[in-house]
Design a binder for this molecule. Structure first.
Ligand SMILES: *[C@@H]1O[C@H](CO)[C@@H](O)[C@H](O)[C@H]1NC(C)=O
Ligand SMILES: *[C@@H]1O[C@H](CO)[C@@H](O)[C@H](O)[C@H]1NC(C)=O
Ligand SMILES: *[C@@H]1O[C@H](CO)[C@@H](O)[C@H](O)[C@H]1NC(C)=O
Ligand SMILES: *[C@@H]1O[C@H](CO)[C@@H](O)[C@H](O)[C@H]1NC(C)=O
Length: 444
């Protein structure tokens, strides 16, 4: 019996020795590494550069030159596209456990290249040479983004003619139209072969949108008539401040509306009424502040990653309430546009977008508004959402999702973006009109 503890001691020493020499499993298995990542100099702001991660299409069904390239822009203003990469639509995400990447069954790079850019400079791992270089308006945002995109295309042989789709969420409801408008209007023969714009739960026409909260929550049964009036009053303050061109104050007043909404409804987050806790962007912060992460992504070890930059948010505060609806109107005559919203979002949800669509100055508007809203089904017959389209405009309401549509409905969101880009399924075939009022019949 005496020799047993000795053997045990020997064995455990051996184990100890083995565990000391073998390194911990890597945070990033090889298959989780981006195809490329690093910095794109932003020429209009010397010394500044945008950080990016790029994932090539997992399945190149066409030649590289024809394989679409999706660009993803996060909102904020001031939030990092690494949230999109590692928590929403990228091929590997941290969604449940800290510092543990899991493959995403609905990654958007199945058929398309996927480029995440930390925009504008000063956001995420992007570098702003000085505070003065950080954009204060959408024109500057577009100029910087365009410079970065051209740089990316030039750095990669074979990318010259790839069809480019600019996508993004939330405050990217400003960025996506502004880079689209800039390319279509000023660089139509330039290096970016733009083929479409897609916005998820966007802020695009803020004055119209801020006025939708009261009716939206009232008719959802979330507030009573008295509370509805209180919200309407708060909304009106923001609108009045816009009319007197007090842009920053108007943005603050909009924040007040959202705070009021949060207080009245008691939700853990206005971004998704079904969630018991806010979205876990803290998991992305943890991951990106690991030494190993910075090493594999090509980021200076001394940089600290924040999910959203207060500085950039502050610099762009005067831009928040400014509309870019006219840019969408310009774009939809020249390229296709997708507006999609997760239905559980109380900040930038379906009603909020539909209200400004109705006010678009666009020749196709009447046809769009009377087009059939079709039920979009999942493989097993469940409801995935609703799709309405006419000409170059598509609208999708995503069932069971909040503000972060790809987080909440990964596979459905991937099916949506693939269908829209490739014009298949509900995005293929003839435009569909509903049984339509006689005034439209007469004119056709
Ligand atoms: C690649 O795409 C083709 C055509 O869509 C499909 O048949 C094939 O199963 C895909 N392969 C993988 C590994 O996804
Ligand atoms: C929301 O609730 C907090 C905490 O009770 C309070 O300090 C704040 O004034 C309220 N804000 C609004 C706009 O109602
Ligand atoms: C990283 O940043 C620090 C501080 O700005 C700088 O001193 C250092 O040279 C940088 N390292 C590299 C490899 O660029
Ligand atoms: C729709 O977009 C295409 C480019 O995809 C453009 O050629 C066409 O003129 C647009 N159609 C309309 C009716 O605006």
């Amino acid at each position: 019996m005496e020799h047993v503890p000795t053997l045990f001691f020997l064995l455990s020493t051996l184990f100890l020795a083995v565990s000391v020499v073998s390194p911990p499993p890597p945070l990033f298995p090889d298959e989780a590494l981006p195809t490329k990542s690093g910095y794109l100099p932003v020429k209009p702001a010397p010394g500044s550069s945008m950080f990016y991660t790029f994932y090539e299409a997992q399945n190149l069904t066409t030649s590289l030159a024809d394989t679409p390239l999706l660009v993803w822009l996060q909102g904020g203003p001031g939030c990092s596209s690494m949230i999109g990469n590692f928590y929403e639509l990228g091929p590997w995400r941290v969604v449940s456990r800290p510092n543990q990447l899991e493959p995403n069954p609905g990654a958007w790079n199945r058929l398309f290249g996927l480029l995440f850019i930390d925009n504008p400079i000063g956001v995420g791992f992007s570098i702003a040479a000085s505070k003065q270089d950080i954009p204060r308006n959408q024109r500057q945002v577009a100029e910087h983004l365009y410079a970065a995109l051209v740089e990316f295309i030039e750095q990669n042989p074979g990318f010259e003619n790839r069809p480019v789709y600019i996508t993004g969420e939330s405050y990217a409801g400003k960025y996506v139209p502004s880079i689209g408008y800039y390319i279509l209007k000023e660089k139509p023969n330039g290096k970016v072969n733009l083929k479409g714009l897609a916005i998820g739960n966007g802020l695009t026409d803020p004055v119209t949108q801020v006025q939708t909260h009261a009716v939206n929550v009232y008719y959802s049964g979330l507030v009573n008539a008295k509370q509805r009036q209180e919200i309407e009053k708060a909304q009106e303050i923001s609108v009045t401040l816009v009319k007197s061109l007090k842009w920053r104050e108007a943005a603050d007043a909009r924040t007040e509306v959202l705070t009021l909404l949060g207080n009245m409804t008691g939700f853990a987050t206005l971004y998704n009424t079904a969630r018991a806790i806010p979205y876990r962007t803290d998991l992305v912060v943890d991951l990106l502040n690991q030494r190993e992460t910075k090493l594999v992504l090509g980021v200076n070890e001394t940089m600290r990653f924040e999910d959203c930059s207060d500085l950039v948010e502050d610099v762009l505060r005067g831009d928040v309430m400014k509309s870019v609806k006219f840019m969408v109107e310009y774009a939809v005559e020249r390229t296709k546009v997708l507006l999609y919203q997760g239905m559980l979002d109380l900040r930038d949800g379906v009603v909020s977008t539909e209200e400004w669509i109705k006010t678009m100055d666009w020749s196709g508007l009447e046809m769009f508004l009377t087009a059939e809203r079709r039920v979009w089904k999942e493989g097993d017959g469940g409801i995935a959402g609703y799709v309405q389209r006419w000409g170059n405009l598509s609208h999708v309401a995503v069932f069971g999702a909040g503000h972060f549509v790809p987080t909440d409905k990964d596979v459905n969101s991937r099916d949506m973006i693939e269908g829209w880009v490739l014009e298949t399924g509900l995005f293929g075939g003839e435009d569909i009109r509903q049984t339509i009022p006689s005034r439209f019949v007469e004119s056709s």
